[in-house]
Design a protein around this ligand. Structure first.
Ligand SMILES: Cc1cc2nc3c(=O)[nH]c(=O)nc-3n(C[C@H](O)[C@H](O)[C@H](O)COP(=O)(O)OP(=O)(O)OC[C@H]3O[C@@H](n4cnc5c(N)ncnc54)[C@H](O)[C@@H]3O)c2cc1C
Length: 465
């Protein structure tokens, strides 16, 4: 028996033969996420159902020093959760999709991390709860585990922050196979009701780690009562300084669940609106009266900053009717790429100007390859996440290569402007690591070596072995 045969036998024993695949076609489909750049093809796809099975797999692969690439929905846009070198194991976590406990007493829900944001919201709504932050753009298919691994943001982020801001604790299988619980469940006496109070915030080690420090198998998230009243707002602006002033004021109140804007000059003109910018957003309240008062407050902020009140249809389309319907835009086979970076609200103008300059400098080629652009910033707590999107027609490899270069050049520029990206993957991660202070990078390397001595979990991300 070869080492590989022994490993396969061990994996079959761990999860059952039905949940292992080595067929070329299946392995090929696991070589991609939604980014425009393909990864490498794994040797084996494994689909565990329980934490114990994940633990067995990790103990086994350490023996054979086989790389493992955990994966949720693979909806990432920056090459991650896929092999970065040929071979290894793709660990598909989507069978781990159960709700373990809804604890109304501590207002928390514990789930297996392969559940999607959409499934979770659907189930919680039946009991009158939701998680406030309810997922990234493709939340109908994206998983909680993927969201925590990249600190995802979008639906609900202006008020509730990121996937990690609603997190109370995790169950993690370490790269060497041990199972730990973070937050209050680290104590053998306590439930999973609070993140802090046990010493180090060990949950944080696994937040936004890009899946390199451990495999999250269960997550405990905060619960909020499902809103009784939901309203939308749209305001037109001509002047960017005033627009940012309004956004800053609105964001500071932490009232709206979503606050976003678009810029006609960067590509998206909604219905021939006369003003250049459209702020749009959503307010969730617990009574019609509360909603009315909050919408009125936003109208006052808009009036004070020369905003023009508009019908709320654009906001409904962007934030309600379209919820979770973006996925078909994406990917190697599709046509959508984007950086996603955070900046303080007033500092965002500089990067916005850079994006417009970048578009101007490549005007002819953008036209030639029918590449379109959109500038779509949204508020996450007190800062803006800037999303300059790039759409390339499908089935045009030359146009796609141009689009990829346009995209990567812009990312280089914005990192130099102090932007902070959160989903990093291989594409953005390699550029970000170039800017790590040496002492910090050394700290990360030592942490990774301690947790993953054989370098088998997501090797190649953040330039780590
Ligand atoms: C059209 C489109 C729009 C998007 N809009 C947004 C947006 O608004 N906001 C946003 O944040 N993102 C957005 N994204 C990116 C992506 O959808 C999110 O980042 C999403 O949270 C990724 O979840 P996933 O389940 O697909 O994770 P995957 O892509 O499968 O994995 C992401 C990373 O996490 C690791 N990982 C996954 N699960 C685990 C686990 N349980 N334990 C350890 N590591 C794990 C993987 O190895 C990988 O490195 C968008 C993508 C597309 C295609």
């Amino acid at each position: 028996m070869t080492l590989k045969d022994e490993l396969i036998e061990g994996l079959k024993e761990a999860v059952g033969a039905d949940y292992i695949a080595m067929d070329k076609e299946i392995c090929y489909t696991y070589s991609m996420d939604a980014s425009p750049i393909p990864g490498e093809i794994p040797d084996i796809v494994v689909r565990p159902e329980t934490t114990e099975q994940v633990s067995k797999i990790m103990k086994l692969v350490n023996k054979y020093k086989t790389p493992v690439y955990p994966r949720g929905a693979a909806s990432s846009l920056v090459l991650m959760g896929v092999p970065l070198q040929p071979g290894g194991i793709s660990l598909d976590l989507t069978r781990m999709n159960k709700i373990m406990e809804i604890d109304e007493d501590s207002m928390s829900v514990t789930v297996q991390t392969g559940i999607t944001w959409g499934e979770l919201e659907y189930e919680l709504k039946k009991k009158g709860w939701y998680t406030g932050f309810v997922g990234p753009g493709p939340g109908l298919s994206a998983t909680i585990g993927g969201g925590i691994s990249v600190a995802s943001a979008y639906y609900g982020s202006a008020k509730f922050g990121t996937a990690c801001d609603i997190l109370l604790g995790l169950e993690v299988v370490l790269p060497t196979g041990e199972i730990i619980r973070t937050g209050s469940a680290a104590l053998d006496t306590a439930k999973r009701h609070t993140r802090y109070g046990i010493g180090l915030d060990s949950t944080g080690i696994f937040c936004g780690d890009q899946g390199i420090m451990g495999i999250k198998t269960e997550a405990t998230l905060k619960l909020y009562p499902y809103p009784e009243a939901i309203g939308f707002f749209v305001y037109g602006y001509e002047d960017e300084e005033l627009l940012l002033k309004a956004i800053h004021k609105m964001a500071s109140l932490r009232i709206a669940s979503d606050i976003c804007f678009i810029d006609k000059e960067a590509g998206l003109d909604f219905g021939g609106n006369p003003e250049r910018f459209l702020i749009h957003g959503k307010i969730e309240a617990h009574s019609e009266n509360e909603l009315k008062a909050q919408l009125e407050l936003f109208d006052i902020i808009a009036k004070d900053t020369n905003g023009v009140k508009k019908p709320d249809s654009f906001s409904k389309i962007a934030l309600h009717d379209q919820k979770y319907e973006f996925l078909e835009l994406a990917g190697f086979m599709g046509n959508f790429f984007s950086p996603c970076h955070k900046l303080p609200i007033f500092k965002s103008k500089k990067v916005h100007d850079l994006y417009l300059d970048h578009i101007k400098a490549h005007k002819e080629k953008l036209k030639k390859y029918k590449v379109t652009t959109i500038y779509y910033p949204f508020v996450v707590h007190g800062h803006l996440v800037l999303v300059p999107e790039i759409q390339v027609p499908i089935h045009d490899p030359v146009g796609r290569d141009f689009g990829v270069k346009f995209w990567k050049d812009f990312i280089h520029n914005v990192i130099n402007q102090g932007s902070v990206h959160y989903w990093l993957g291989k594409v953005i991660g390699d550029m970000v690591v170039e800017h790590y202070r040496p002492e910090y990078f050394d700290f990360i390397k030592r942490l990774k070596k301690t947790l993953d001595p054989n370098g088998i979990l997501n090797p190649g991300l953040l330039k780590l072995p």
